[in-house]
Design a protein around this ligand. Structure first.
Ligand code: HEC
Length: 137
């Protein structure tokens, strides 16, 4: 009877969920050589990024974009040296999103640029969820 197997199956799912939520999910990476000054620059910059775009301030938006682009290139390079492929992938998406924004700003399409810019903070967060220590959630 297949009914017999249901409780077993149910238990294993519960066990897996319990394991996933209680085990430390942070990948063990030595971050001593990580550039936190750069991260703080990114943090400041990303706050102005979308507002600069919606204000149609092309020069400021492109300055912001350049800092963010350098940031994602830094993380791409940094995490590829640590063989953290998921972080590299997130960084590449960041490079792509920011490049998109620059192209839209250059084309004068500030609405599309702002829409693309709104994707960036989620990428910061995705990487932090995986690799930033002492995260509250
Ligand atoms: C691919 C991974 C990755 C990406 C992308 C990334 N970060 Fe980080 N960030 C980290 C890690 C890892 C730390 C923790 C470093 C440590 O503990 O030494 C960190 C730390 C930080 C900090 C804390 C710095 C401090 O003073 O301790 C800030 C602020 C920050 N990131 C902002 C950002 C912003 C804003 C973005 C997006 C524009 C971003 N990060 C993108 C991995 C990433």
């Amino acid at each position: 009877m297949s009914d017999r197997f249901k409780p077993v199956h149910g238990f294993s799912v519960v066990a897996l969920v319990a394991l996933a939520s209680s085990a430390p999910v942070l990948a063990a990476i030595d971050l001593r050589d990580y550039d936190n000054d750069l991260m703080r620059d990114l943090d400041k910059t990303i706050k102005y990024f979308e507002p600069d775009i919606t204000a149609k301030n092309a020069d400021a938006a492109k300055e912001d974009a350049q800092i963010l682009l350098d940031g994602f290139k830094y993380t791409e390079n940094y995490f590829s040296k640590k063989n953290a492929e998921d972080a590299v992938e997130i960084s590449r998406k960041g490079v792509k999103v920011i490049s998109d924004v620059i192209a839209r700003v250059d084309g004068g399409d500030f609405d599309a640029a702002a829409a693309a810019a709104r994707e960036a903070p989620q990428l910061c967060k995705s990487c932090h969820d995986l690799y930033k220590p002492r995260l509250a959630r």
